[in-house]
Design a binder for this molecule. Structure first.
Ligand SMILES: [Zn+2]
Length: 358
C-alpha cells in the first residue's frame, strides 16, 4: 500500500516532488507554508521516508516499508532522520533544540546532528516544524546551517505564518505552498482515523472546519458539543430567555477553560454554531427537504414557529446579521460574557411572538 494513501489532498505538491526527485534536482532546504492542521508535517514525514528508503521503486515518492532505511524510520529510530518542533504548551521553538543548551552550544541539537555524516548510502533529512515560532536569536543561530547545509542533508521547514519568519530564513528556502483541505477530505479523515462516532458528526465538524483537520478536532471536543446541543435545544423553544441561555453557555465555557484566549475561541465557536443554525433554517425555507436529511433537527420546530411571523425570511436575515456582529465584537476585544449576554438577549427579543420583526 502507498505510504501516501492516508494523506488527503496536496496532489500538486506530490507531483512537484516526484518530478524534482526524478530529475535529481532536489534543493537542500524547503519551506512548507499553509494553514494549521492540513497535513504539512505528515507530508514532510512521508517525503522523508521515501528519501531514506533504499528500494523506492518506480515512483520515487514511494517507500518499500521493509528496508534498512524504512524499518528504523517507521520505528522512530532512524539515525539520519531529525525532527524538532515547538513543544506542547510552549510558544517558541527552544534555541537549545537547534544549537544545543547554553553549556553545550554547538555540541548538540539539530544543527550539530545534521553536520554528522549519514550512514553509508544514506542522507540526512531534517524537519523543523513550527519554524515560524523561532525567535530572532534561534533564527540567527540556525541561519548558518541553512546557508551552508552539510552535504547530503535536506531540510524541511514548516510554518503556518510566513510573515513571522525572518526574511533571511525565507530567502534561503524553496517555498512550497499548501492549501486547506476539501470538506470531503476532512470528513473522510475524521472517519478513517476514528475521530468521530458517526457520519453525522463527521459532516458537522468538516463543514465548519475551514479545511483544517485540527479545527475539526477542536469542534469535536465533547464539552463544546454539549454546549452546541444546549444552544440548539434553547433556540428551538417557543420562547427562550436570552439571558439565562447566555448564563448557561458562559458556565459551560468556564468549565472548559477560564483562560481568556481560550474563552474567546470557544465563544466564537458558539457564535458560529448560532449562525449555522439560522443558515440551516434559511436553507430549509428555500429548499424544503425531508425531515430526515436535516443535519440540525432542532431547525424544524424553529422554522415552523418563525413561519408565523409576518416576514420570516427577513427575520432570519436579521438574526444572522446580529449574530455575525457579535463575532466582530469578540474580535474587537469586547469581553465574551458581555458579548454573549447582549447577543442572546437580543435574539430572544427578536423571536418573541409579540414583537414581530420590523
Ligand atoms: Zn524502504
Amino acid at each position: 500500500m502507498s505510504i501516501w494513501t492516508s494523506l488527503r489532498g496536496h496532489a500538486e505538491q506530490q507531483e512537484m516532488f516526484r518530478r524534482t526527485i526524478r530529475r535529481h534536482r532536489l534543493s537542500q532546504a524547503y519551506l512548507f507554508v499553509g494553514p494549521e492542521g492540513i497535513g504539512k508535517q505528515q507530508f514532510a514525514r512521508r517525503l522523508a521516508q521515501s528519501l531514506l528508503c533504499h528500494n523506492p521503486g518506480e515512483d520515487p515518492l514511494e517507500a518499500c516499508g521493509d528496508c534498512s532505511g524504512c524499518k528504523p524510520f517507521l520505528a522512530g529510530a532512524h539515525p539520519d532522520f531529525l525532527y524538532v518542533g515547538c513543544p506542547e504548551g510552549k510558544r517558541e521553538l527552544p534555541i537549545a533544540l537547534l544549537v544545543g543548551s547554553e553549556e553545550r552550544r554547538g555540541q548538540e541539537g539539530l544543527c550539530h546532528d545534521l553536520s554528522l555524516a549519514p550512514l553509508p548510502g544514506s542522507r540526512k533529512v531534517a524537519i523543523v516544524d513550527d519554524a515560524d515560532t523561532m525567535n530572532d536569536a534561534s533564527a540567527n543561530s540556525f541561519l548558518k546551517t541553512l546557508e551552508e547545509p552539510p552535504d547530503r542533508a535536506i531540510l524541511f521547514l514548516i510554518a503556518s505564518n510566513l510573515d513571522a519568519l525572518l526574511p533571511t530564513i525565507r530567502s534561503r528556502c524553496q517555498l512550497v505552498r499548501f492549501s486547506s483541505l476539501e470538506t470531503s477530505d476532512i470528513e473522510k479523515l475524521l472517519l478513517e482515523q476514528n475521530l468521530v462516532e458517526s457520519e453525522a458528526d463527521a459532516k458537522f465538524a468538516s463543514a465548519l472546519s475551514e479545511g483544517s483537520l485540527s479545527t475539526a478536532r477542536q469542534l469535536l471536543e465533547p464539552e463544546l458539543r454539549e454546549l452546541r446541543k444546549l444552544l440548539y435545544a434553547q433556540l428551538a423553544q417557543p420562547a427562550f430567555s436570552g439571558l439565562s441561555l447566555s448564563k448557561l453557555l458562559l458556565e459551560g465555557l468556564a468549565k472548559i477553560s477560564t483562560e481568556t484566549p481560550v474563552q474567546r475561541i470557544n465563544g466564537q465557536w458558539l457564535i458560529r454554531f448560532t449562525v449555522e443554525f439560522f443558515r440551516a433554517a434559511l436553507l430549509r425555507f428555500n429548499t424544503p427537504s425531508n425531515d430526515s436529511d436535516q443535519s440540525i433537527p432542532e431547525v424544524i420546530p424553529f422554522v415552523t414557529r418563525v413561519q408565523t411571523f409576518p416576514d420570516p425570511l427577513g427575520l432570519i436575515g436579521q438574526l444572522i446579521d446580529r449574530t455575525v456582529d457579535a463575532s466582530m465584537h469578540i474580535d474587537q476585544n469586547v469581553p465574551v460574557p458581555a458579548t454573549l449576554d447582549a447577543l442572546y438577549d437580543e435574539l430572544s427579543r427578536l423571536l418573541r411572538p409579540s414583537t414581530p420583526s420590523r
